[in-house]
Design a protein around this ligand. Structure first.
Ligand code: HEC
Length: 123
């Protein structure tokens, strides 16, 4: 494969991953997180997000997906995959100054393990 084509592909896949997170945010999460409804951390609110960013990507992605306090599991969209949900979290965190990347397979495994643990604890 020539180098230019490769560069183009890398750029495309990077922008697609990003658009995925933003799209999920707009379609699912914005209902609450656009305005900070119900006490949710508002998108772009550096103060509200800095604590969560410190908690770490694995933890808050898993907790949000499983549901935590007033945050409904999967943002009330049951068909959302862990990867899709994680992209939306990356999008929101980065709007508040984080520099998170789409989780790789190893991180997705850790996130899933924590979701299982949390879901089991709730039963
Ligand atoms: C019905 C409203 C609502 C929707 C829809 C919603 N959230 Fe939330 N979210 C909340 C609230 C409220 C909190 C704060 C929970 C708390 O700490 O009490 C929260 C907290 C979070 C947190 C922090 C979790 C933690 O560990 O404290 C993350 C991450 C998150 N939301 C991600 C998302 C994503 C991604 C979506 C869309 C896929 C989404 N939310 C959709 C209301 C919502």
């Amino acid at each position: 494969m020539n180098k230019q084509l490769l560069t183009l592909l890398v750029a495309l896949s990077a922008s697609c991953a990003w658009a995925g997170g933003e799209e999920t945010f707009q379609q699912v999460c914005a209902t609450c997180h656009a305005q900070g409804d119900k006490g949710s951390p508002k998108i772009g609110d550096v103060r509200a997000w800095s604590k969560l960013i410190k908690e770490g990507q694995t933890n808050i992605t898993a907790d949000g997906y499983a549901g935590v306090r007033a945050m409904p599991a999967r943002g009330n969209k049951p068909e959302l995959s862990v990867a899709e949900f994680a992209s939306a979290v990356v999008f929101m965190a980065n709007q508040a100054g984080a520099n998170w990347k789409e989780p790789d397979d190893a991180m997705l495994k850790k996130i899933s393990a924590r979701i299982d643990k949390r879901s089991a604890a709730k039963k």
